[in-house]
Design a binder for this molecule. Structure first.
Ligand SMILES: Nc1nc2c(ncn2[C@@H]2O[C@H](COP(=O)(O)OP(=O)(O)O)[C@@H](O)[C@H]2O)c(=O)[nH]1
Ligand SMILES: [Mg+2]
Length: 296
């Protein structure tokens, strides 16, 4: 019997949802960073083996929205509670259930799909802490199972797959074997660039960064793809920081983005980056939509 289904990955920002999804499918589909709210869209990644197919939905972290972009992100995340076969609720090694998690747990009580608690970052826990945490979540009475993992170190991922498989029904193969994501190449490329920007900048700048691919075209004669992209930020001062002294930071961003994009596309890349300012874009609906943060 072949089983299949949709599995959403939900939880607060920064608990490791994207890292988990990437580890499951073995490719970098969703960008990761130590900044909260890195993921802005719901991203699908497909895991297929001989017995089952799971379509994972990586969602933006659930938080209090402060602008139109935030509203879109939280809506995408909470929509992922509905019409799925299994929900993976990811938490990290925090010792207490804070108000953010409390709200999510209460929402999860009302849903139909089975909820599996994924306790991530166990590489940062000793055994007695792990036991205490499992007990703390167990008494909530919401979770069908509790699976401790380390998404970063790849620990216990296979066991997690087995647990999810248990809760799936017989079903079709929705996607061909070779397909691992619904994200178009252009989007993956712009996300990789955004990831590098996040890596290089701090404070409030990352939240106001968006990347738009203006051109992406392979040359006929050679195995080279020309890409030009604009990094948008919200202030002139931010633009200066992203470019850096003598353009050094932008060069660093370009170099590491190019390396990742070459791995992704398997060809040589000629990458041109520009930085532009669009004040307050996160509150301007047309910009939020233009940057791809829109219901499909
Ligand atoms: N130590 C440790 N760090 C992790 C683990 N999983 C994720 N992280 C880190 O947590 C941060 C947030 O990860 P990310 O996947 O972007 O979280 P998301 O916001 O929930 O999608 C990154 O710096 C990851 O490297 C883990 O298992 N152990
Ligand atoms: Mg994420």
């Amino acid at each position: 019997m072949f089983k299949s289904g949709f599995v959403s990955i939900v939880g607060r920002p920064n608990v490791g949802k994207s890292t988990l999804m990437n580890n499951v499918v073995g490719e970098k589909i969703a960008i990761m960073s130590d900044k909260p709210q890195t993921t802005r869209n719901t991203i699908q990644a497909v895991y297929t083996d001989e017995n089952c197919q799971m379509v994972f939905l990586d969602t933006p972290g659930i938080h209090k929205p402060k602008n139109k972009l935030g509203e879109f992100m939280v809506k995408s995340a909470t929509d992922a509670f509905k019409n799925v076969d299994v929900v993976l609720y990811v938490v990290d090694e925090s010792k207490k259930i804070g108000p953010g998690d409390r709200k999510i747990i209460e929402d999860l009580r009302g849903i139909k799909a089975p909820v599996v608690l994924v306790l991530n970052k166990i590489d940062q826990l000793d055994e007695s802490d792990l036991f205490e945490l499992m007990k703390m979540y167990h008494v909530e009475g919401v979770f069908k199972e509790i699976v401790p993992i380390s998404a970063l170190k790849g620990r216990n991922i296979k066991e997690l797959i087995k647990v999810v498989q248990k809760y799936l029904q017989e079903g079709p193969k929705y996607f061909p074997d070779y397909m691992i994501t619904d994200q178009p190449e252009r989007v993956l490329v712009s996300e990789l660039i955004r990831e590098k920007v996040l890596h290089y900048v701090h404070d409030e700048i990352p939240h106001g960064v968006a990347v738009e691919i203006e051109k992406m075209k392979s040359r006929n004669d050679k195995q080279i793809v020309d890409i030009s992209a604009v990094i948008y930020c919200e202030r002139d001062s931010h633009k200066g920081i992203i470019i850096g002294k003598n353009g050094r930071k932008l060069k660093g961003i370009g170099k590491s983005a190019r390396e990742d994009i070459e791995l992704l596309l398997g060809s040589q890349i000629n990458l041109q980056l520009w930085v532009k300012v669009k004040e307050n874009w996160r509150n301007l609906q047309n910009y939020v939509s233009n940057f791809g943060y829109t219901d499909k």
